[in-house]
Design a protein around this ligand. Structure first.
Ligand SMILES: NC(=O)c1ccc[n+]([C@@H]2O[C@H](COP(=O)([O-])OP(=O)(O)OC[C@H]3O[C@@H](n4cnc5c(N)ncnc54)[C@H](O)[C@@H]3O)[C@@H](O)[C@H]2O)c1
Length: 269
């Protein structure tokens, strides 16, 4: 049985779910018995993920759309409403990282595209979903932040600004929507392997993460289902870090005075 039986039958939209973190979250909602709406700007990957959920006994539909385009978002919600009649959970996962540009190499088109997809995309999907949820007695919105909202990446100015905006949007929406029983939270992934790294690359990247390993897309799914579920009924306006302790550390392992390799062996305890 699913760890969250209340999610069975709930209509859940996951944006950018054609691969990576969004795919893992969509598939986990499918396994929990939710009716999953698999959005992606890439039509074929959205269909492949939706078909995969159906093939394993779940309920899913593909809903291709560019979340930065208001008309495409409206059409997607119209399709979901005519199919399911409601939306219970929205996971705003779609996001663009690249291209990475040094601030001096950045231009207005680059800035606008990343802000449009990452931040305006969240606004457009939330704006439509929240009205539906309010009329339906409530719902849960889960936004996708990044450690870049708190501690910056080099050559990620637009991305980090978009993620800071997403965390501020999350808090502000939680205040406006609380009286309508709509909870709004964010997840903050750390370093999650969505590129399919080989074992050496995974180990190399894991050294500087307190948990000792890079994250897997599936590490994001439990926190997503928790925030969507009744178990999180009094959680709103929050950002949950899912980062293996990355943001908690001051110095990375390789530059710290004490390297984890020097920690006491379990055999000596
Ligand atoms: N992977 C990480 O380490 C990490 C870390 C922090 C935050 N995040 C965030 O998590 C989310 C997912 O990251 P990921 O690594 O799985 O990314 P990914 O690139 O593997 O997948 C993103 C998906 O979003 C889709 N997409 C892109 N633009 C879209 C648009 N305009 N409309 C609809 N779909 C669109 C892509 O086609 C793709 O399928 C992003 O918001 C990202 O910023 C990821």
């Amino acid at each position: 049985m699913s760890s969250h039986p209340d999610l069975a039958g709930k209509v859940v939209i996951v944006t950018g779910a054609g691969k990576g973190i969004g795919q893992a979250i969509a598939e986990r909602f499918g396994a929990a018995g939710s009716s999953v709406v698999v959005n992606d700007v890439d039509d074929s990957s959205a269909r492949a993920v939706a078909n995969g959920i159906v093939d394993t006994g779940g309920t899913a539909m593909a809903a291709p759309a560019d979340v930065s385009d208001g008309e495409q978002v409206a059409a997607m919600f119209d399709t979901v409403m005519s199919t399911h009649g409601t939306v219970d959970v929205l996971v705003n996962n779609a996001g663009l990282v690249s291209p990475m540009l040094h601030f001096f190499d950045a231009d207005e088109a680059w800035w606008r595209r990343i802000i449009d997809v990452n931040l305006t995309g969240h606004f457009l999907c939330c704006h439509r979903a929240a009205r539906i949820m309010a009329k339906n007695g409530g719902g849960s919105i889960i936004n996708m932040s990044s450690g870049g909202a708190t501690r910056a990446h080099r050559s990620f100015t637009a991305y980090d600004a978009s993620k800071g905006g997403i965390e501020a949007l999350t808090r502000a929406m939680a205040l406006d929507l609380g009286p309508y029983n709509i909870r709004v939270n964010a997840l903050m992934p750390g370093s999650i392997d969505t590129a399919g790294l080989d074992a050496d690359a995974r180990a190399y990247r894991g050294v500087n993460i307190p948990a000792g390993r890079i994250g897997d897309p599936h590490d994001m799914t439990g926190p997503a289902l928790f925030l969507a579920s009744d178990d999180a009924s009094y959680v709103t306006g929050d950002v949950i870090k899912v980062d293996g302790g990355m943001l908690a550390q001051q110095r990375s392992a390789t530059v710290d005075i004490v390297h984890p390799d020097t920690f006491p062996s379990v055999d000596d305890l």
